[in-house]
Ligand binder design. Structure first.
Ligand SMILES: Nc1ncnc2c1ncn2[C@@H]1O[C@H](COP(=O)(O)OP(=O)(O)O)[C@@H](O)[C@H]1O
Ligand SMILES: [Mg+2]
Length: 264
């Protein structure tokens, strides 16, 4: 069964102004992807807002090197105690990139307010990227309701694909049949794809029920950069950085071919 939707949106269908990134299972690379896409899109001249919706486990401030800069957060904006522009922090090096941090505490995100904020942000920024918490609950439904595109991240392993499938079902429930959903396969080791117990790209696409928008290889440079609070997309066009750059270009509506994987 396919839930990818959006076929009526024509050749620019990959382009979404407000994009949520979800997975079901944690630790598959959502925050890494949001950070990478945000830096790529901002570097290409777009005005980009990242919203960290992972209350309590926020990490975009760490990945973007903005930890000491954020005081107001998503909770404040959703509660109406401050405005979006007031709470969002502009990156000091990537000037077209801003971050709205998640609340530090383990509080629930109001799904209706989140959807409304996404719609508002779509008018204020070229791209708004929402880093969802792991799991497939009410907050994901809300994120899907207010977004124009959903990216589901999965690693090529059965439990991750099952989690991604669940997230896709909940997102489709929140966003409706017209909401396009796309799959990113992360931490891929091409030499292992399709080996016994390791799903290949086709298995993942069929399992999750969303069209592929990118394959990101396992890349030790990603992990080496993250703890230092540095942006994980830096030099070069190979590896994970290159793959994220190509996804960003697809999101801008460019036709960038996907790599082919041989089915074993
Ligand atoms: N393509 C990749 N290659 C190597 N390590 C990766 C890759 N993507 C993510 N990671 C690592 O995986 C871990 C989890 O990533 P993270 O983005 O925090 O996941 P999530 O937000 O889904 O919980 C981090 O240590 C990150 O550096
Ligand atoms: Mg995360």
């Amino acid at each position: 069964m396919r839930r990818c939707g959006g076929s009526s949106r024509g050749v620019m269908e990959e382009m979404g102004k407000t994009i949520f990134v979800a997975s079901g299972k944690g630790g598959v690379g959502k925050s890494t992807l949001v950070t990478g896409l945000a830096v790529c899109l901002a570097s290409m001249g777009s005005e980009v807002l990242c919203i960290d919706a992972d209350a309590g486990i926020r990490s975009l401030d760490l990945l973007l090197g903005l930890t000491d800069r954020t005081s107001l957060d998503l909770g404040d904006v959703l509660a109406g105690t401050c405005g979006l522009r007031e709470a969002a922090v502009r990156h000091d090096r990537v000037r077209t990139l801003s971050l709205l941090n998640a609340p530090a505490g383990d509080e629930d995100i109001d799904p209706t307010a989140l959807a409304a904020l996404e719609r508002y942000a779509a008018n204020e920024y070229d791209f708004c990227l929402v880093d969802c918490a792991a799991g497939a609950g009410a907050a994901l439904r809300g994120a899907a309701r207010g977004a124009s595109l959903g990216i589901i991240v999965a690693a090529p392993e059965p439990a991750s694909i099952r989690g991604a499938e669940r997230a896709a079902v909940v997102a489709a429930d929140g966003g409706g049949a017209e909401l396009p959903l796309r799959l990113v396969l992360n931490r891929v080791r091409p030499e292992l794809m399709g080996r016994r117990g390791i799903p290949n790209a086709d298995d993942a696409i069929d399992g999750v029920g969303a069209r592929l928008i990118g394959i990101i290889p396992e890349d030790p440079r990603v992990g080496a950069l993250s703890p230092a609070g540095r942006i994980p997309v830096l030099e070069g066009v190979d590896g994970a950085a290159g793959a994220m750059l190509r996804i960003a270009r697809r999101l801008r509506g460019e036709r960038v071919p996907l790599p082919k994987f041989r089915k074993r």
